[in-house]
Design a protein around this ligand. Structure first.
Ligand SMILES: N[C@@H](CCC(=O)OP(=O)(O)O)C(=O)O
Length: 432
């Protein structure tokens, strides 16, 4: 396989694969997908399919008309459907002599950094062997705490894991519009989104009767994907060949000597799609894993002084900067970091919110459990031993185990209210 090939993740939702009413697989689409993937592979690209549809196919197999609401029943149907779905894919790909592999994931599977790296290595090996990995959530095991939630999110995490160039989110519309094109004749297609935080589009389309996602989960997936440096593309699932045409177009666009923003004069226009451009400063693999691979088990409320030290001085988090703890978590589990103002008159080192709203700024892996941090918060590190009777680390979390959301990477230190400025007088505990 050509080393210069691109890595492309294609996500197909349940409604693209399974007829919403009969639950029969939509063979025409599946076949076109297989042909497109085989073509991309032949051209030297590495392709991952993220395929929903296990529950839908299971419904058909067991002659159940409606998706049940009882979770174990859904999980049982997914177990039935997943093997049939894979056999369908395997069959279709085998006609073109393309081997496939099944990868089923839950959040837990990648919560351990070494498992996450194992997953990366497995994908790498499959690419080397010319195999198409087909990914789905491990529905049989996934309960809410370990669920990705929807396959749009899963596909963005898979795309970041394999360091994809492109993530295609196939859906029932050809692109995002400024308004609902079915009801508003003035709706304009949005072809390129360079800053997703500024996006103003109609994302009101709900998920299908069988799937869990909709347009809003695609936007969330696009945020995740672009933050990890993956160009994320929304296009119509009923025309899978578009994926190939769009990839070709983007390659030409990149090679074109004189590109004028989105268009170059002699390159034919590609099929309609919305393209979310990747961040100029994509977050690193370990940062992405900390932010999105782990389920937080609680929250640490930290004050602005600590926040400033972490972000602007690369410091680790000291107990002195922690003003509150929520949740039940053990050492080395992930927590949310939320910045709040600590008020000088608050009792027992508690904090009150005033001025700026508390907001999650990032995630951390902690060196102490929730109970332990509740005891040492607000204290100097030298006091940890006498408070707990032992001390593993002077830090609640090491800087290397803390990641900030992309928009927090270079924040201006938030302005402090006068009361807090006063409190931050020289007698406040020093921060590293
Ligand atoms: N993992 C589930 C699908 C999850 C889901 O509903 O995803 P989607 O259809 O993409 O909104 C399945 O295979 O049935």
């Amino acid at each position: 396989m050509a080393a210069s090939g691109l890595t492309i993740v294609i996500k197909l939702g349940t409604s693209s694969i399974v007829d919403e009413k009969t639950h029969e697989p939509i063979l025409s689409i599946l076949t076109l997908i297989v042909e497109t993937v085989a073509k991309l592979r032949k051209e030297g690209h590495r392709v991952v399919l993220v395929s929903s549809g296990a529950v839908g196919v299971g419904l058909r197999r067991m002659n159940v008309d409606d998706r049940p609401t009882y979770l174990p029943r859904i999980q049982a149907l997914a177990a039935v459907g997943q093997c049939r779905l894979m056999s369908l894919w395997d069959n279709l790909f085998s006609h073109l002599r393309v081997p496939v592999a099944q990868i089923l994931l839950t959040r837990n599977d990648i919560a351990d950094r070494s498992q996450y790296i194992n997953a990366q290595n497995t994908f790498e090996q499959l690419f080397d062997m010319g195999v198409i990995p087909i990914v789905n959530e491990n529905d049989t095991l996934a309960v809410s705490e370990i669920k990705f939630g929807d396959n749009d999110t899963l596909s963005a995490i898979a795309a970041a894991t394999v360091k994809a160039d492109y993530l295609f989110l196939m859906t029932d519309v050809d692109c995002l519009y400024t308004a609902n094109p079915r009801t508003n004749p003035d709706a304009e297609p949005i072809e390129v989104v360079s800053d997703i935080s500024m996006l103003e589009a109609d994302v009101s389309s709900a998920g299908s009767a069988l799937g869990t996602g909709g347009m809003s989960t695609k936007i969330v997936a696009a945020k995740l994907g672009t933050s990890a440096g993956v160009t994320t593309i929304i296009t119509k699932s009923s025309k899978p060949g578009n994926v190939h045409d769009i990839v070709k177009y983007l390659q030409r666009l990149q090679e074109a000597p004189e590109s004028n923003g989105n268009q170059t004069l002699d390159i034919p226009r590609p099929p309609l799609h919305t393209r979310f451009l990747p961040s100029d400063t994509p977050i690193q693999s370990v940062t992405f894993w900390l932010l999105h691979g782990l389920t937080p088990h609680g929250t640490l409320y930290i004050d602005y002084g600590a926040y400033d030290a972490l972000v602007n001085h690369q410091a680790s988090l000291l107990p002195a900067g922690v003003v509150g703890v929520e949740g039940h978590f053990a050492q080395q589990e992930a927590v949310r970091l939320v910045v709040v103002e600590k008020h000088p008159e608050a009792l027992n080192g508690d904090f009150i919110h005033h001025g700026q709203e508390p907001r999650e700024v990032g995630r951390a892996l902690v060196n102490y459990s929730a109970t332990e941090i509740a005891l040492i918060k607000g204290h100097r590190s030298t006091q940890i031993g006498s408070i707990l009777g032992w001390s593993d680390s002077e830090y609640v979390a090491l800087r290397e185990n803390i990641s900030f959301h992309p928009e927090e990477s270079h924040p201006a230190t938030p302005s402090l209210t006068p009361a807090l400025e006063e409190w931050k007088s020289p007698q406040s505990p020093p921060r590293s």
